[in-house]
Write a protein that binds this ligand. Structure first.
Ligand code: GTP
Ligand code: SPV
Ligand code: MN
Length: 590
């Protein structure tokens, strides 16, 4: 008798008609064989799926070129298929599940002809964690199979764990023929199913990541009383050795990975990394908010990563402990056969092949590495990995940070007055658009809690859920907003950022432990300039003041824009948030 899992796999194979079906066991040996297949047999756009990089300087590293039309998440082709549109909300593209399935069935018929169908059983979260979920993804490309091994706990033990149960999350993925017109990333929350076709890139294809761990998981969280968030999880150790755990949400390509691995410029402070992209937040039986990172890898932005900005990530990328480390759409330095990107340490090398495979020099006038080129690397390679990473219970959270890229308006750090006011500050978050998603208009877009592209249901209900979570907590974490990206009149960043962000964390932790004062403003509590540790920094006082300047006219525009954004959600927007908006408007000087 076959199990529900085996039956589901058989049914998918009948539709996709692969040459063969291969069940991955998650071993090292197997990963090496699959990379070999990617180098020798599989091709994308006439390039082998993998090429080997310099194993001496970059141990276990391989290069991958995606299809040139397939370089970032595609939000316009991403759908959440609840039975009714209102549940999906104005924040999601919606299609009726029946229509979506008809469309996908047609596109998937025979889509794996001549190819291998890899079956990937994996856990999101530690297998012993009460918060983890068993999942199975099907894919037809070695790159995705190997990436999932880095990003998740993949192995045959998950098949045993699922056993005869129907209780597993399903993901069907095929690169199809990469035709952007036949590309869809569809979610069926009621069935805990993701169906993705036509893209092999990141969040479109590694279905454990944004598709399951955020879009579907956010729906599960609403039902089951927890939160799935686009957040860093980290511990901050102070000079006395006390570790305070925090989570921080920033939109895509706005600094999560860099924050999660920060190398402190203040003596005695140390960061311990638990996650750089996704946090699942649960309330434990003592009323404490606990976070786990369901992933086991980093899929991080390459450009800008260097020994100067993120030395801990450079060490992670060079460690080569876990097989393999992948570089997608970076350039290649030809003489040494090493990955290269804009912002890497040292002079620009002489012989470079760009991400498209063409010879490149600075005079070419384009970027050598795609701005959304990325590395995929195991957390177990990381020198800053927290000793709590594999703790099935997760870590207790003392502070929540919301951030975005705002060259104007938003101060370096603001503490919310209370939980409700903090939820409001998250809900009105905005950020300037980046290269992490294709086809977005330049400028500021509202991106509540950095979840706009990832909340699998109506965000009005999501805000209510956040408010309710606060009521379940005995001592709710303090909520802060931060902005590293304010610029001066020349367009230069005022705040040095990166390792110096520890100075802001130091104040946040002092506030959490009632060891620092704050000044009240209409938008929240800000530090006394004397309480922000700027020792050794060369920032003139006038610039520091600029970092905290609250320009009333600009805030009035911001309030108006937030009001318009909230209106889209109609009756779903909680009255508490409308009240917060009215209160803020009233408290601004006329
Ligand atoms: P996703 O993986 O897309 O979710 O992105 P992320 O939020 O992890 O962003 P990441 O840390 O990769 O940073 C994205 C970009 O922001 C990179 O180009 C960084 O160099 C830049 N960046 C990160 N932190 C800072 C900072 O403190 N100051 C400045 N000026 N830039 C930063
Ligand atoms: C993001 O865009 O937030 C990412 C990259 O972390 S992706 O996996 O493509 O979603
Ligand atoms: Mn992300």
């Amino acid at each position: 008798m076959s199990t529900p899992l085996e039956k589901w796999v058989e049914k998918q194979a009948e539709l996709a008609k692969p040459k063969r079906i291969y069940w991955c066991n998650g071993s090292d040996k197997e990963a090496k064989e699959i990379v070999e297949v990617g180098m020798q047999e599989e091709k994308i756009n006439d390039y082998p799926v993998f090429t080997e990089l310099n194993q001496k300087t970059w141990p276990n590293a391989y290069h991958h070129r995606s299809h040139p039309t397939d370089v970032a998440r595609t939000e316009q082709l991403t759908f959440v298929c609840h039975p009714d549109k209102e549940t999906a909300g104005p924040n999601n593209n919606w299609m009726h599940p029946d229509e979506a399935k008809r469309k996908l069935t047609k596109l998937s018929d025979g889509c794996m002809k001549g190819r291998t169908m890899y079956v990937l059983p994996y856990m999101m979260g530690h297998p012993d964690s009460p918060y983890s979920k068993a999942c199975v993804q099907i894919t037809d490309v070695s790159y995705v199979a190997v990436s999932m091994r880095i990003m998740t706990r993949l192995g045959s033990n998950v098949v045993k764990k699922i056993g005869n149960s129907e209780n597993f999350v399903k993901g069907f993925h095929s690169v199809g023929d990469f035709d952007p017109n036949k590309r869809f990333i569809m979610h069926f929350p009621d069935e805990r199913l993701v169906w993705s076709i036509g893209s092999g890139y990141g969040g479109n294809a590694l279905l454990g990541k944004k598709c399951f761990s955020l879009r579907i998981a956010s729906c599960l969280g609403l039902k089951e009383g927890w939160l799935a968030e686009h957040m860093v999880v980290m511990g901050v150790e102070d000079p006395q050795g006390k570790v305070t755990y925090i989570v921080a949400a920033f939109p895509s390509a706005c600094g999560k990975t860099n924050l999660a691995m920060l190398q402190s410029t203040l003596p005695g402070y140390k960061i311990w990394t638990l996650g750089d992209d996704i946090a699942w937040l649960n309330v434990d039986s003592d009323g404490i908010l606990r976070a786990i990172n369901p992933e086991t890898g980093y899929f991080g932005v390459a450009p800008g990563t260097s020994y100067k900005t993120n030395p801990n990530m450079m060490k992670t990328l060079k460690a080569g402990k876990f097989f393999p480390t992948l570089f997608t759409n970076t350039a290649i330095e030809r003489d040494g056969n090493e990955p290269w990107w804009e912002g890497l340490d040292g002079a620009v090398p002489e012989h470079i092949i760009d991400w498209l495979g063409n010879k490149w020099t600075p005079e070419t006038g384009t970027k050598a590495a795609h701005p959304n080129s990325r590395f995929t690397v195991s957390v177990y390679n990381s020198p800053t990995l927290s000793s709590e990473f594999d703790n099935p219970k997760g870590v207790p959270i003392s502070a929540i940070i919301f951030g975005g890229k705002r060259t104007q308006l938003v101060p370096l750090v603001v503490e919310s007055f209370n939980w409700q006011n903090g939820v409001f500050s998250g809900a009105r978050m905005g950020s300037e658009t980046t290269a992490a998603a294709m086809g977005l208009k330049a400028g500021v877009r509202r991106d509540p809690m950095a979840m706009l592209p990832f909340c699998g249901y109506n965000m009005g209900d999501y805000f209510k859920h956040w408010l309710n979570m606060g009521k379940k907590l005995k001592n709710p974490p303090k909520i802060f907003s931060v902005n590293w990206f304010r610029t001066d009149e020349n367009g230069s960043f005022i705040w040095p950022g990166f390792g110096d962000n520890i100075r802001v964390l130091k104040w946040i932790i002092a506030r959490v432990n009632n060891n620092a004062k704050a000044v009240s403003t209409p938008i929240g509590l800000v530090p006394n300039l004397d309480d922000l540790d700027t020792s050794g920094l060369n920032i003139p006082k006038k610039n520091l003041e600029k970092l905290f300047e609250v320009k009333i006219a600009d805030w009035k525009d911001e309030i108006e824009d937030t009001g318009k954004f909230f209106e889209q959600f109609g009756k779903n927007i909680p009255i508490e948030l409308k009240n917060e908006l009215a209160e803020l408007s009233k408290n601004l000087p006329q």
